[in-house]
Design a protein around this ligand. Sequence first.
Ligand code: ADP
Length: 796
Amino acid sequence: MLRVAVVAGPPAGWTAELEALLCAEGAEVLVLGALPPPAAAVASLVLLDLSLLGDQPQHLLDQARRSFPEALFCLLARYARRPPEARALDWGLWDALYLPAQTEEVRDLLGRAEAFFARRAGAEHPAKVLVVDDEESIREVSATLLEQTGYHVETAADPLEAIGRILQGGFDLVVTDLQMPGMDGVSLLRRIRAAQPQLPVVISTGYATVEATIAALRTGATDFIRKPFSGEDYLQVVARALRYGALTRANVELEGQARAEKSRLRERQYELLILTRAIAEMSRAVNPGQVAECWLRAADQVLDFSCAGFFLAGAAPEMVVMDRGGGCLSPEELVRSLVRHVPVLTAGTGGEELRVRRIEGGGAQPGAGAQTRVHVLGPAARPCAGVAMLHAPGADLTAQQAAFLHSLTVPAAQVLEKLRALAGEERLREEAMVAGMHQGVILADLAGQVLVMNAAARELLGIGAQEPAGSLSRLSAALDLPLDAAVGELLGAGVETLTREFRVHPPRERVLTLDLTLIRGDAREPIAVVGLLRDITELREAERMKSEFVTIVSHELRTPLTTIKNCNSLLLGGGTGAITPEQERFLRMAQVSVDRITRLVNDLLDIAKIESGGIALACAPVDLATLLRAIGHEAEYLLLERRLRLVFEGLDAPLVIDADPERLGQVFFNLLHNAVKFSRDGGAVFVSARACAPSDVPPAVRALLRQGDAPLVEVCVADEGIGIAPGDLERIFERFQQVEPTLRREHGGIGLGLPISRGIVRSHGGELWAAPREPSGSVFHVLLPVGPPPEHATGC
Ligand code: ADP
């Protein structure tokens, strides 16, 4: 509040009025009839009645300054010959108020006085004026006038010297002569404008013409004064120019502030955008790792750090690291600095190995990191995550950045908490689901430790409910089952799934299939293996009974067929007397049909044998080169019929393997026959053979081979025919599958050749599969082990 003393002689109506006005504007008012002795009263603004001052005011003014040493003095004028402001300035007073005063005038006066004290409190220096004039008397008069009014004054006679001083800065106003030797005022003005555009310059000249004044004003002069000038006029122009300068400075300052505010707003807007996006993304996250990534990506766009690690606490702790290239701590060091600040973070992790995921940061590199800043997410007693950020020393967060960090961290913690709760529920649901499944489920980590084994799996493997599952190798040894070997094969073969079938004995004999599937982590790295156990004992029994039935029926059919064939041959051979050409034609037709039925019955018998556990093999060393050439020879009549060339490749040297030559011959003849059937007339059929290593074999096929690392040979039968659609390449190996119904009529056959061939090859421990051939046709690959087939193939 401003304390105002009104020194006005005997009280009068106007003093009361003025007092009321001042009070209404919030001033504390002291009305005095005369000046008090020094230190008797305190006031910041002293309103002095003009009538007290009279025509010789200096004495009273000196006294007033002693009474109120810190105050501003304002002239109160109820009547005046000259404008009161002019008089006040003449006497070195601060301002003047003409009575009766209006509310606005009083408010303005008090406002300016307050601003004056505020400036003074802010230690604003008294205005500093440079007077440039070649006339010494003018310089002296001006300096005296200005100094008396409280300004700091410097003078210069020479414009060049003036320029030098102006360039050093510190002036609030320049008053310069317009006509000087060496350089005129306008040129000086131009140079001042170029160096200090905001510095007010007043032009003074004794010979000012209108044109020269206009030229000076156009060049940017703030005002002008004509010589000879009165002190009053001079000070008035100076005060006005200084006010103008102050206003310009304030304006520039305000503009700067507005610009800064605008850019702060823009920054805030950007941060809000990043925040909104990050929060939306985090709320869609399905696992904590995604939340960590969102958090880091948002922080990357706003904050300064050289690297950051987002640590996700829990049973399987994870660290997502963002390195922005300014030097990064190792994930372990980041964890250590986190734990140093928040020891409770790692509680319950049980010392599991830390999973580390690295993501790239896009933000600018903010200088080498040396200091670590830590943020904790979640409740203090049970935090769900923590972030350790490495930043350059002294790169403290601004209040705005700190607010951004807070706004980003709170929702991240909430989402993490929600995911933690959901994961708990999910785990319970999953456990209940797995426990209740009819199929046996075994989950093991890559080290072979069994993590989950449900009741059905325990029942199938004969393991008690309370018995510890232990490791796969322990289980395999105890149950005499190749469980760990199957997992080893799955991992070694580079495939996602693998199926194995085996028999278990206790407490009763059962046939089980084990479907193994690899489980991968977020970075597609294998982390575990899940095995599904199914009891297929009844299925196998039904298949055995069906095969038995087919075998019996086929056997029963074979006997009368043989009789019919023999009788036919007897009749055709003339053993029962001569037959007419017509009788012979009919008999030959019957013979062809009998042959077809015999082949069909043989095929049915073969497939039944294959399905009931494998074909009996009579193995011996077989030279594949010789066998393939013999089969080619056998199929010559088929090739001739279709005008097809048979091209052998790689059959120059012997390729000896342990196999059943009859059965292999059956396979190769079938493949060659199909190649002929599905070729266009006049083309070629290719048969090739080569020795190969297991590493040459496609992984999916390698997983199917019984003896994964045994040396192999590969036979290929290729044609340039109609080809097989990719979707049918596997289907054609199923029983009775013919790709196009129309082909059946065109090419004959019932769709058993390929399943039988595959059965025979697999009985040898090999594999048969089809692939497209470029540019047209198909290739059938037969892969066979060089050594003897697996033990269970009888006869070897
Ligand atoms: P089929 O005795 O009926 O030919 P397969 O089991 O030998 O029975 O063959 C099944 C089906 O596979 C055929 O009907 C045919 O559609 C397709 N197929 C077999 N080999 C070839 C080949 N070389 N080119 C095109 N399709 C073939």
